[in-house]
Write a protein that binds this ligand. Structure first.
Ligand code: PHE
Length: 362
């Protein structure tokens, strides 16, 4: 038999071998496609083929190889599928692995609640940098150097350079927006802020704020009160009232602090509201014309209001969390408990909760 006849025989074999089990398929693979397969042996003999027939021989060997490959690929699927469920080592009655599903962090949940309410009033979300310069964090907001109000916000400076700070509030984002957009402006600036304060159960050196800004022609204090009244009723309940106390911020005039009916005791007095019936939730006021001018907005034509609130504070009040540190330490015992409480009160179906955890719920 010459080398051509032997190769023809291999082709016939590759075509006709009948394979009816995974073991037979494996034997076939080793013979035709393994590292020491028969085709390698026969190809090694190419030197005995006369030059003018070398091409023909090469094609024939390739043909065998291709046939074997195709047959293997086709049968592989059949036998792999068939063996999967039959494998004696797999006990299909065992319980599956427990898949624990994460959940949104309490701060994100409350931030989203706040943002969603204001979005319905047409406020757009604006975010910006956490490392700020003096102008955007202080000076543009009517707090020039040496202004005593700077002491209200103990500041972290970066590299001892007094011009570079970790923002102490997200009002800095509002300055950036006013510099770059023309009124009407209606924005919310949620984000993380930093203050050089001693860490305790009630205060931390970083926390989150949502601040809001509305600038247009004829915006009044009454508009501010209407907006805030709507907001607190949506967030805490329709029977919640607001109380406005005069206050001071360098960037607003007049300025106010807003209290809401203590939603724990309904105003009767408890230890959360220190028996006053009210809890403080935010600061606000009419944007000082000087601030508008600093940002190249005509203060004769436009007026506006601004407000700012701490997300940790509202989260702690709303869910009665006693220690602010729990909100940044990522102790999974606390987070699990919070998730359980939320799940117990949620109106979402289990499927919706999963989609919500992955941010897929519209
Ligand atoms: N920026 C203020 C703060 O961080 C909050 C505030 C915003 C007050 C807007 C009034 C108006 O304390």
């Amino acid at each position: 038999m010459d080398i051509f006849e032997r190769t023809e025989l291999l082709l016939k074999e590759a075509n006709e071998t009948s394979i009816s089990s995974a073991e037979e398929l494996e034997k076939f693979r080793i013979r035709f496609l393994g590292t020491k397969n028969v085709l390698k042996d026969i190809f090694a003999e190419i030197k005995t083929v006369p030059n003018e027939r070398k091409k023909e021989f090469g094609q024939l060997v390739n043909n065998v190889k291709q046939t074997a490959e195709e047959k293997f690929a086709a049968l592989q699927e059949t036998f792999q599928n068939n063996t999967a469920g039959k494998d004696a080592d797999i006990d299909l009655t065992l319980p599956g692995d427990v898949v624990t599903i994460g959940a949104r962090h309490p701060i994100q949940i409350v931030k989203n609640q706040i943002v969603d309410i204001f979005k319905r009033l047409g406020f757009a979300v604006e975010e910006d940098r956490e490392i700020e310069d003096d102008w955007h964090n202080f000076t543009a907001l009517n707090m020039p150097e040496d202004h005593p109000a700077r002491d209200m916000q103990d500041t972290f400076f970066i590299n001892v350079n007094p011009d570079v700070v970790l923002r102490t509030h997200t009002s800095s984002v509002q300055v950036r927006v006013m510099e770059n957009q023309k009124p009407p402006i209606r924005i919310l600036s949620p984000g993380r802020v930093f203050r050089n304060e001693t860490i305790s159960a009630r205060s931390h050196c970083f926390f989150h704020q949502v601040e809001g800004l509305y600038i247009d022609e004829d915006v009044s204090f009454a508009d501010l009160l209407q907006t805030l009244d709507f907001f607190v009723k949506e967030l805490f309940g329709q029977d919640i009232k607001i109380k406005v106390r005069p206050s001071y911020f360098p960037f607003t005039e007049p300025s106010a602090e807003v209290d809401v009916t203590c939603f724990i005791c309904g105003g009767k007095g408890c230890n959360v509201c220190k028996y006053s019936g009210w809890v403080e939730i935010l600061g606000c006021g009419m944007v000082d014309p000087k601030v508008l001018e600093n940002c190249n907005i005509d203060s004769k034509k436009y007026s506006g209001f601004a407000f700012g609130m701490g997300v940790e504070r509202i989260t702690m009040l709303k869910y009665q969390i006693k220690d602010i540190r729990l909100l940044s330490e990522n102790d999974t015992r606390f987070l699990e408990q919070f998730k359980k409480n939320m799940t117990a009160t949620t109106k979402l179906s289990p499927q919706e909760q999963v989609r919500d955890a992955f941010g897929l719920l519209k």
